[in-house]
Design a protein around this ligand. Structure first.
Ligand code: C2E
Ligand code: CA
Ligand code: CA
Length: 623
């Protein structure tokens, strides 16, 4: 053991144990890379001793013999720790420490002050200038190593914490970004229609509200909304599949978008419904011109998966006015106008008028009235003769319902069948018509007014097809009235089948098995007629009045009648021409070998009594 002399300005290391032999004290080992310790001391002997001691322990020691050199050494290479003498010429240790701490690059390096015996150690000052620790003379090697290691461990922990903090910050940043993009996606979902990328109902209503607000503040500011609904879109979905349906909607969205100005809003409200908001328009003409262009764009087929798909659309228009307080009311009115466009034959536009509301109200009253009529049995049937064109004899009758209204008089089916269908009251009415007509024919047969081949035609509407017990009902009525099923002809339109083709196929097959005859009504006015004729075989085909009207004096204008007749022939169906009003039409139809005819030329629909008279009169329709 050494006890060196203590002189002023000299510093000695007081070694308790021989460091080289010391194996008892284990200080934490730092990184595999040697720890860099800078010793700043103006006493060479101190530097030497500290250097030997620390080097032996595996530290990499650098030396500086004054404050200035120390600062330069720190700048050149950042040490892990500094042992700094306090009393030095020029710049003392406090000053060196202060400068190091003032510089962000060097402020983190821990500084342990070395205080010689003669130094006036100001502990408070040492800490105030940023010192981490101090060691006083006589130095003991264990103490130095303990303090150095302690500081290094502290620094390492600090660095780790800082690193963890940085990682944490990064993670928070990353999560924040993820959240922000998730939010953006959610917002898009909330405001956009996912199929077409257009605005959805919610954002459309918001924009509509803004437009309404603007118009309230500025009377000059006019806008309009267009409500567009595709006609018979369900058929596309049912026949070509939902994927094609979806692609068609996207294609429609694209076409509509192309017709709009950037300031206009196009939205998909759901299903096959679209809405457009046209702001700052001069008047209704801007809206109707756009509606015309839209209807026109639908006249071209859409190419979807190598298929040409034709579809039309109906449009309702509502123009802004000071009376509107809520955006919903505008949309409701455009919707009402759209329904009127559909009811007027589809593929057109209608502008909303307040009377449309009255019409809706009237419909409601009509419904109530209709329910009463069913209870009071206010319906009557008129029968219209169907004539065999070859013989000119009446071969059967079509039963056509009328409403004997207590105040309105005789109401035509066109005025109440649509609402009866909408409210499903048609099921009751239809059942009554069927029973009464079958009963009537059975009665006439029994009385010998007609022969056993004479038939009665009864119309079946689409929603009657939706009844699960329809076939049972019919069979029961036939049994009740003791009518031969072969004498009953059920008239069905293509659209009735198209509303639910699968169910219709089953019902039609069952009816055929029961020998009941089937007629395709209004042929040629429905959708893709040929396809469905093949899948739903019928006994008779009724050529719609519109085709018969085309028959004129000249051969050139036979229109489609010869083609329809040909189709019927190849499919083994009898043809009934409807709405024959002139002898000319009759002559043409006979020339085309049409089997049956029906129309005012022969007779209007008549009451049962009148039919007996007619049946008794001699045949007068031979041409
Ligand atoms: P529909 O089945 O096409 O019946 C033929 C319609 O054409 C009848 O109108 C008939 O009076 C009319 N008509 C017949 N010949 C001529 C003609 O030469 N010229 C003109 N302009 N019209 C002619 P109606 O009786 O007003 O019936 C209209 C529609 O109401 C029927 O069309 C049918 O769809 C429906 N309907 C009538 N009765 C019933 C029924 O009991 N049940 C169901 N579901 N619908 C019915
Ligand atoms: Ca009919
Ligand atoms: Ca018809």
């Amino acid at each position: 053991m050494n006890h060196p002399q203590h002189a002023s300005n000299t510093i000695d290391v007081f070694v308790i144990n021989d460091v080289s032999k010391n194996t008892c004290i284990n200080y934490p080992q730092h990184d595999s890379k040697a720890v860099d310790v800078l010793v700043v001391d103006d006493t060479p002997e101190n530097i030497r001793l500290l250097s030997i001691m620390l080097s032996k322990k595996g530290y990499h020691v650098r030396k500086a013999i004054n404050g200035k050199m120390g600062l330069t050494a720190v700048q050149a290479h950042l040490p892990d720790l500094i042992l700094l003498d306090i009393t030095m010429p020029d710049i003392d240790g406090y000053e060196v420490c202060q400068r190091l701490k003032a510089n962000p690059k060097t402020s983190d390096v821990p500084v342990i002050f070395l205080s010689a015996l003669g130094d006036s150690l100001d502990k408070v000052k040492a800490f105030n200038v940023g010192g981490a620790d101090y060691i006083t003379k006589p130095f003991q090697i264990e103490e130095i190593l303990a303090r150095v290691n302690h500081q290094l461990a502290l620094r390492k922990a600090e660095q780790e914490i800082r690193q963890l903090n940085a990682q944490l910050e990064d993670r928070v940043k990353e999560r924040t970004q993820q959240l922000a993009s998730a939010n953006a996606k959610l917002l898009k979902l909330a405001l956009c229609d996912p199929l077409t990328g257009l605005a959805n109902r919610f954002s459309f209503m918001e924009r509509l509200e803004q437009a309404l607000h603007q118009a309230k503040n500025d009377v000059e500011c006019q806008f309009a909304i267009l409500f567009l609904d595709c006609d018979r879109f369900k058929i596309v979905n049912d026949s070509l599949g939902h994927l094609v349906g979806d692609e068609l909607l996207q294609a429609i969205a694209d076409r509509l978008q192309q017709l709009l100005k950037p300031s206009d809003t196009l939205a998909r409200l759901g299903g096959d419904e679209f809405a457009m908001l046209l702001t700052h328009i001069a008047g209704i003409d801007s809206a109707t011109q756009l509606a015309d262009r839209m209807l026109n764009t639908f006249s071209q087929p859409f190419s979807i998966r190598q298929q040409q798909v034709f579809i039309s659309a109906s449009i309702g228009i509502a123009l802004s006015s000071s009376e509107y307080e809520q955006p919903e009311h505008l949309l409701r009115d455009a919707d009402t106008a759209m329904y009127h466009a559909k009811a007027s034959g589809r593929a057109q536009y209608q502008i909303f008028e307040p009377t449309m509301h009255t019409a809706a109200l009237q419909q409601l009253l009509l419904e109530t009235d209709l329910r009463r009529a069913i209870n009071q049995q206010e319906f009557v049937i008129h029968y219209q003769p169907i004539v065999a064109l070859k013989t000119g004899k009446i071969a059967g009758l079509e039963a056509l319902v009328r409403w004997q209204h207590p105040t309105r008089g005789l109401v035509s089916p066109a005025a109440f069948i649509p609402i009866a269908e909408e409210t499903r009251l048609i099921n009751q009415i239809g059942n009554w018509v069927l029973r009464t007509a079958c009963h009537q024919l059975s009665f006439w047969q029994k009385r010998g007014f007609v022969d056993p081949t004479f038939s009665i035609s009864v119309n079946l509407s689409a929603c009657q097809f939706a009844q699960v017990d329809l076939v049972e009902q019919i069979i029961q009525i036939l049994a009740e009235t003791q009518l031969n099923p072969h004498c009953l002809k059920l008239e069905i339109t293509e659209s009735a089948i198209m509303d639910n083709p699968e169910a219709a196929a089953v019902i039609l097959e069952q009816l055929r098995q029961h020998q009941i005859q089937l007629s395709m009504d209004d042929f040629g006015t429905g959708y893709s007629s040929l396809n469905y004729l093949q899948s739903f075989p019928m006994d008779n085909l009724k050529i719609d009045r519109s085709f018969v009207q085309c028959l004129d004096e000249t051969q050139d204008s036979l229109g489609l009648v010869p083609v329809i007749k040909m189709i019927a022939k190849t499919m083994n169906m009898k043809v009934i021409a409807e709405g024959i009003e002139t002898t000319q039409q009759l002559i043409q139809l006979k020339a085309l070998n049409c089997d049956f005819g029906q129309g005012y030329l022969f007779s209007k629909p008549l009451e049962a009594e009148e039919i007996i008279t007619l049946l008794a009169s001699p045949v007068n329709w031979r041409y």
